[in-house]
Design a protein around this ligand. Structure first.
Ligand code: SME
Length: 160
């Protein structure tokens, strides 16, 4: 496990994760397989997460997809909470304190910070990648850049 924040590996750490993810997804293009693998990879390789997974776009509603962590909310309307904001705006949401975020949906009260990356392929919103942490302000700008890069690898190597 790479402790990106404490080891100070920063973008170098993410370069290594990117190479590992490329290798992990190289021989398979199925969406469910690769999404499940990617969620497990993030959950176990990044330090300090309590949830990592997908919400998928089903007719302008987000529906729970493959994930690692505790059972979660099943459906989230576009525009609601952190995930809904990422889907509606198609921009990454990096939230240091979710309890201060208007409309935050608390699936697990242990979560304190959150990073949600919209997944857009050929102009279509596939869904969002959601990472939660019990630590306040777990995700730095470097984490955002690194995780967006990993999400781009997932989209390139997966049929969706
Ligand atoms: N907290 C999220 C909901 C999803 S769970 O964290 C798994 C939100 O406000 O969008």
């Amino acid at each position: 496990m790479i402790d990106l924040q404490r080891s100070g590996e920063g973008l170098e750490g993410y370069a290594l994760l990117a190479a590992q993810l490329e290798a992990l997804l190289a021989d398979e293009r199925d969406f469910v397989v690769n999404a499940a693998q990617f969620a497990a990879f993030l959950f176990h390789e990044l330090e300090g997460l309590n949830w990592a997974g997908f919400y998928l776009n089903r007719d302008e509603e987000l529906v729970l997809g493959p994930f690692q962590g505790k059972v979660a909310c099943v459906r989230i309307p576009f525009g609601k909470g952190v995930c809904g904001a990422a889907a509606a705006s198609r921009t990454t949401q990096r939230v240091e304190d979710v309890h201060a975020f208007p409309g935050h949906i608390a699936c697990d009260s242990a979560s304190h910070s959150e990073l949600v990356v919209p997944l857009v392929k050929d102009g279509r919103l596939i869904g969002v990648l959601d990472l939660d942490s019990p630590r306040q302000a777990r995700f730095s700008e470097e984490d955002q850049v690194g995780i967006e890069r990993l999400a781009a690898i997932f989209l390139r190597l997966t049929d969706c």
